[in-house]
Design a binder for this molecule. Structure first.
Ligand SMILES: C[S@@+](CC[C@H](N)C(=O)[O-])C[C@H]1O[C@@H](n2cnc3c(N)ncnc32)[C@H](O)[C@@H]1O
Ligand code: SF4
Length: 367
């Protein structure tokens, strides 16, 4: 038994594959949902000893977890160990009153909805199924079912998106009063169909990204949200800590178990990633074997460097105990002098300017 208190469950099924998406997804194969849930539960059984007796968080990510046939999704949720925070990702068009109630009854405490944008023409660029009204309806159904912790995902830097489109998206999202917002810069992988189709426009957008990021932060902090992680914001007026506890666990370098195709686990000095092929995953678990995996033994300094990289994304200072050997003294002096980071005897934090520059500053700091 280890002290791993965070469980990630990957549900890969989607109605179709959106052009920009680089996650492990499976479109079609609707007849495999039942077999996949069986396999997930077998994998969990095989790995049960790696989990602590009580979990803090469970996160169902995708894919589109809420596209999974509802009886199978409920069967899965009911079989998973309980946790203080149970999040599921959801695509807006899948959220019916029935689904919202079923999630609530099965112990889900938090729903993360992929809105991306409220502009119909930009949703079309992203090849999304949902329209802006589907997002609004989904939030209302979730509220009616009793959810008091809803997160919305937005993407900026979409081909054709102007600064005023982004402002309108932020206003539309704020009007729904979500407890939490994640705002991601669009990542377009070279060589994909999407990048091929939008290459020139993506190049133009790249020049605007710094401004867009600043606009996101200024608008959301101006509306009273806490910018607690590079791309994540939460309300502070509810008398509760509304940061994503599951994602905080990643940023704080905690151990986690991931099950399902493509899922990653990091426990003590070992990291493994399940291979992404659905058929091979199902076959292995049907015969009681663990799924095929790539395993990496992590040297101590790898985890220390990751702790620095991830920890500096947060708005709370990073405690330096055990991490000093991962820092480059001259790099640290340089970024401090430039006003990008601040140090106390025992902690390190990026300044506001440093947080905008993010990874570039962190790269300077690491040995
Ligand atoms: C696991 S994904 C998918 C969740 C859900 N299936 C959906 O599409 O709404 C979680 C979030 O990652 C973000 N995301 C996905 N692909 C992205 C990309 N290429 N660049 C930036 N953000 C992306 C989206 O905001 C998405 O809601
Ligand atoms: S619905 Fe979400 S996970 Fe599925 S393909 Fe689209 S972006 Fe990717």
């Amino acid at each position: 038994m280890t002290d791993t208190r965070h469980l990630y469950v990957h549900l890969p099924f989607c109605a179709h594959r959106c052009g920009y998406c680089d996650f492990v997804t499976v479109a079609g194969k609707n007849d495999q949902h039942r077999g996949y849930v069986d396999a997930l539960l077998r994998e969990l059984e095989l790995e049960r000893a790696s989990l602590a007796p009580e979990l803090e968080t469970v996160f169902l990510g995708g894919g589109t977890p809420t596209f999974t046939a509802l009886p199978e999704l409920v069967r899965l949720l009911e079989a998973l160990p309980p946790a203080a925070e149970v999040t599921t990702e959801a695509n807006p068009e899948t959220v019916t009153p029935e689904l919202a109630r079923a999630l609530r009854d099965a112990g889900v405490t938090r729903v993360s909805l992929g809105a991306q944008t409220f502009r119909p023409e930009l949703l079309r660029v992203l090849e999304r199924v949902a329209g802006p009204d589907d997002v609004r309806r989904a939030v209302h159904h979730l509220r009616d079912a009793g959810f008091d912790n809803i997160s919305l995902d937005l993407i900026y830097g979409i081909p054709g998106q102007s600064a005023s489109d982004l402002s309108a998206d932020l206003d539309d999202a704020l009007a729904l009063e979500p407890e939490h917002l994640s705002c991601y810069e669009l990542e377009a992988k070279p060589g994909t169909r999407f990048t091929h189709a939008w290459g020139e426009e993506l190049g133009r957008q790249a020049d605007a990204m710094e401004d867009y990021f600043e606009r996101v932060v200024a608008t959301l902090t101006g509306a009273g949200y806490r910018w607690y992680e590079t791309a994540n914001f939460c309300r502070t007026d509810a008398g509760r800590d509304l940061r994503s506890r599951h994602n905080l666990a990643y940023w704080l370098g905690r151990d986690y178990l991931g099950i399902g195709i493509g899922a990653v686990s990091t426990i003590e000095s070992r990291r493994w990633r399940n291979r992404s092929q659905l058929g091979r995953y199902l076959t292995a678990l049907a015969t009681g074997r663990p799924p095929e995996r790539e395993v990496e033994e992590l040297a101590g300094d790898v985890r220390a460097r990751e702790r620095v990289m991830l920890g500096l994304r947060l708005d709370e200072p990073l405690p330096l105990a055990g991490l000093r050997h991962a820092l480059d003294a001259s790099g640290l002096a340089r970024v401090e002098q430039l006003g990008l980071a601040e140090r106390t005897a025992s902690t390190l934090a990026l300044t506001e300017r440093g947080r905008y520059l993010g990874g570039a500053v962190t790269a300077e700091l690491l040995v």
